[in-house]
Design a protein around this ligand. Structure first.
Ligand SMILES: Cc1cc2nc3c(=O)[nH]c(=O)nc-3n(C[C@H](O)[C@H](O)[C@H](O)COP(=O)(O)OP(=O)(O)OC[C@H]3O[C@@H](n4cnc5c(N)ncnc54)[C@H](O)[C@@H]3O)c2cc1C
Length: 420
């Protein structure tokens, strides 16, 4: 129980010599939650004692993050740089490095060898992403946008020959494609496991000042945590709406997406080039290897089905919907075989003049909490959770550590004003 009479963020409280460690709870171990955990450990002063509990009812990557396609680039479907795309991109690259370093150090340490074996496959596949132009009406706009791309993630306009050099037999209806050579796809499970490992290593090197624990537990009422923590950060993705106290209070819509796993039989010719990019079109292909790829995704709005399992009938519907879209640009996909499907529920925020932006902010008033524990929400990452999680996780951790919502950009907290 917190017994301090001073507010946890007051400088007098923080400087008390025998002050118990600050205690933070993070609900949800997806992109949002693990990013906040990492940044709380990194952004807090070295000498500050701090303990972080990450709660997840399934485990790391148990929600939409774990099933996501893992495609990562900072552009809209029309190739426009997204809101604060430069910062988001930079911070993502930083977190990917942190995770890769943690995974490789863990591999070198024999005590972790068993765990590290799970990193046998790729964590980050840096082969770029190709978007064939399919709509004559938006071609000029996309070409203009490509000229205003980030220097750190360029967009090249290429023709049929250029595209077929990258992916043989690719079909370009308008003889034009946009190529993002710096874009990548991430294996979300491996990435999140490694980022959590990085959190543990960071705590280990803090001489006992920092601590992080993963708690396998379902939270049904956030206010139950009020006495035990200085702050609670709610990173439950679309399930934030299932929490009593927050149901119906966030402007979120849910949208279920199914991804199919496709394989090319060993005996079949025409495997995907090892250095070939992933493809974005009306359906996307997230390439895992020469005979392995993920094809996505469907959009079932207002679904409340949170299960990652996909029954045969739903998988067959998804395949029928996705195959024609994918084969319109990559006809060879018809030779690949269905090898399974999984699904996730996106938390979709409203569209604003800046695009669809995640929802962040302090929600004490909204849920009727007292003043000694701050409750924060970080949700609505929509279909771009990977891009947003790193930078916004950093901003959220700074706001939590200083109990100051004003450190969050007003575009992300304005949903609260719109409720009044
Ligand atoms: C099919 C599909 C494909 C996608 N592809 C991409 C892509 O290619 N690129 C991209 O950037 N984004 C993609 N996205 C979007 C991305 O997956 C999401 O934006 C992101 O995962 C949201 O992360 P989150 O941490 O907010 O939520 P989640 O990942 O859903 O995490 C919430 C966590 O909370 C836990 N939890 C829920 N309720 C409770 C409770 N009561 N108690 C304890 N724990 C609980 C869950 O187990 C889960 O681990 C895709 C989404 C889908 C559905």
């Amino acid at each position: 129980m917190i017994t301090a009479v001073l507010h946890p963020c007051s400088s007098a409280s923080l400087s008390l010599p025998n002050r118990p460690p600050l205690r933070y709870a993070i609900l949800g171990a997806g992109f949002a939650g693990i990013s906040v955990a990492w940044h709380l450990l990194k952004e807090s002063p070295k000498e500050l004692r701090l303990s972080v509990d990450v709660y997840d009812e399934v485990g790391i990557g148990g929600g939409a993050s774990g099933v996501s396609g893992g495609l990562l680039h900072p552009y809209s479907p029309k190739g426009k740089l997204l809101w604060h795309g430069a910062e988001c991109w930079r911070e993502c690259l930083e977190l990917l490095n942190v995770a890769e370093t943690a995974a490789s150090s863990s591999y070198q340490s024999t005590e972790n060898r068993d765990f590290s074996e799970s990193f046998g496959n790729f964590m980050v596949r840096r082969r770029g992403i190709l978007r064939p132009a399919t709509n004559a009406k938006t071609l000029d706009l996309m070409s203009d946008n490509a000229r205003n791309c980030l220097a750190s993630c360029v967009v090249e306009t290429i023709d049929k020959d250029g595209a077929q050099n990258l992916v043989p037999n690719l079909y370009l209806p308008l003889n034009c494609a946009f190529y993002f050579p710096g874009a990548m796809n991430v294996n979300p499970h491996r990435y999140l496991q490694a980022l959590f490992l990085a959190c543990q290593s960071s705590a280990k090197t803090s001489l006992g000042r920092k601590n992080i624990t993963l708690v396998n537990k379902s939270i049904t009422d956030v206010l139950e945590l009020e006495g035990g923590y200085d702050a609670v950060v709610i990173c439950l993705g679309s399930k934030v709406d299932f929490l009593p106290g927050l149901t119906g209070k966030l402007p979120l819509r849910t949208c279920r997406g199914v991804i199919t796993h496709m394989q090319l039989h060993e005996s079949a010719r025409g495997s995907y080039p090892d250095d070939g990019p992933s493809i974005l079109s009306d359906a996307w292909l997230a390439v895992q290897g020469p005979r392995n790829l993920h094809m996505g995704s469907t959009w079932e709005w207002q679904s409340r089905n949170y299960s990652s399992d996909v029954p045969a009938e739903e998988a067959s519907r998804a395949l029928n919907e996705l195959l024609p879209k994918a084969s319109a640009v990559y006809p060879d996909i018809e030779k690949w075989e269905f090898a399974g499907a999984r699904a996730g529920l996106r938390a979709m925020p409203p569209v604003t003049s800046h695009g669809s932006l995640p929802l962040l902010g302090c929600v004490n008033q909204l849920i009727g909490a007292g003043q000694f524990c701050n409750f924060w929400v970080f949700s609505g990452l929509g279909s771009r959770g990977l891009l947003y999680h790193a930078w916004l996780g950093k901003l959220m951790s700074k706001a939590v550590l200083s109990c100051n919502e004003e450190l969050l950009p007003s575009e992300l907290t304005s949903w609260k004003k719109n409720r009044q």
